[in-house]
Design a protein. Sequence first.
Length: 342
Amino acid sequence: MAGRAPVVDDSGFIYVFTGNSFGPNASNGSTNFSESVLKLNGSLQVVDWFTPSNWQGLDAADADLASSGPMLIPSTNLLAGGGKEGILYILNTNSLGHLVSGDTQVVQKQRIVPQEHIMSGPVFWPRTAAAGGSLIFNSGESDVVKAWGFNGTTITTTPVASAPDFNQGHPGGMTVLSANGQSNTSGIVWDYVRAPAAQTPGHEPMPGILRAYNASNVSSRLWTSKDNLDRDDLGLFGKFCVPTVVNGKVYIGTNSNQLVVYGLLPTTPGLLVKAVPPRVAALGNTGTFLLRPFRLNGFSSSPINWTVSGLPAGASASFGTPAADESVRMVITLGPSTPPSS
């Protein structure tokens, strides 16, 4: 489900999407459920299910419904999600509807990604009508972040706002939302995608970028991790690594062997230090880093004196001569008594 977890409702029922099985009996409504939405009880038994009427075509084309995961819509009995077909389904969790020709049993069926896939899946911002109304967001493959209005049952037929930045191919954006309740000025859509490049291979390591949009109007971009490349670059894109927002910080796993944490910069003078590379294997018992200092809010103390503390037993560090931009190389040497796990 492209990095998304199963969802659990207030009654303890669990919802998951399934993908391809391939074969004439891949979905039989009793023991096999290819391309389906499953409702499970606490013993993981199937108690209800939905299968699109074109499941055989999806199966044959490797067009997994489970290229994204389910989303429960708060204060309703509705579940939303879609897959590689680019179609969003809204289903009634009290009666998922099983298999019906033409999918006439669903609450809504709407294409939201024009050409490609829904990956990772939608996010939801519950708001009253007075606060602007609830919104559903999705960042599709080879598409842009879009917002649809939600009337309590269905989404608008066309987006109410679209972001200015194109998602460079597979897999689209890994998207989350943060907000202080319904406050229009607090909502942010965080979209983690592959950075634009001259070529667009499907699965090769590529640079990543985190973008922040005004959730009240995603046509307004607030910030990206490329705005200050030296300070904020996150390295290679971590496919299906959905960002986590908690305690005023955004946490992102990357394919550069690092967990990147973004937050508000201090408002008082100080130094921010970045280590490049963020992690190295200590081949030959040494690891070399470039330390890059960034002066914030008029910090002017000079020169910068480099020291290190907290090294494991038997390890030591040495520093080279600072460069003109005050960056310096640090070499960490591991001793014979240094624990192997350090």
